[in-house]
Design a protein around this ligand. Sequence first.
Ligand code: B12
Length: 213
Amino acid sequence: MDLSTIKQRLVEGDAQGTVDAAREALASDIPAEAILRDALIPGMEEVGDLFARNEYFVPELLLSARAMHTALDVLRPLLVGGGYQPAGKVVMGTVQGDLHDIGKKLVAIMLEGTGFEVIDLGTNVAPERFVEATRENGATLVGLSALLTTTLPAMEETVRAIHQAEVAGEVRVMVGGAPVTDSFARQIGADGYAPDASTAVALARRLLGSTAG
Ligand code: B12
């Protein structure tokens, strides 16, 4: 099974076909990381391009997103694997008003895979819920995701709420998502920005290292 078939089925929104193709690829010793990096992520990018060109609409996006989630569920245990030392507790969520969660889920999987404990609050998460969950779980890192330019203000508000809460000083905030940039992250007072899931892991390590002691 080649990677282009997996990608093609994801673009077609065929969840079962995507998972079957991914399983066949795994059985022929293609690593889970390669399936993710070289088939699923480029597939979602293509779906995004089709949407931008008005060739795909929301129902097609939903089908491909469902296929992506189903495939991620199959890959997750293989990506997580490993038996690493717990590296820290991270609260993750997509900011209020925003329902996109594929990228956030990928970041969460990569963090789990490298030994972090992740509390995933899901999508459309209010600023106070981030503050509450951080306190309840004693997390020292919060990851905020936003995919819409219209929800960037909610990201800013959430960073402010976390920094104003009593946990301020101990908790670091990292941000990401397609419309987020390094300069926007700095502008809203976030502690770090990463453009993708693997860079997010390096960032999380750096930020938690800097809060140690
Ligand atoms: C799938 C999708 C949907 C699905 C979401 C399903 C789901 N469960 O997530 C559905 C159909 C629900 C949807 C709805 C909408 N969508 Co939409 N959607 C997309 C699409 C095609 C792909 C997003 C995606 O999953 N990418 C794949 C992942 C892997 O990439 P990613 O999310 O960027 O994540 C990576 C990095 O950004 C980073 N990252 C992400 N989060 C975080 C967090 C941290 C802490 C860190 C460090 C890093 C990080 O790491 C990730 C992994 O590498 C994008 C197009 C695109 N190319 O982005 C449009 C897009 C985001 N959607 C768009 C729009 C307009 C909408 C709707 C308003 C459409 C409508 N008219 O109803 C609604 C809004 C709903 C809402 N309130 O949120 C626009 C946004 C335009 C803008 N600038 O604001 C886009 C860009 C499409 C376009 N070209 O116009 N959408």
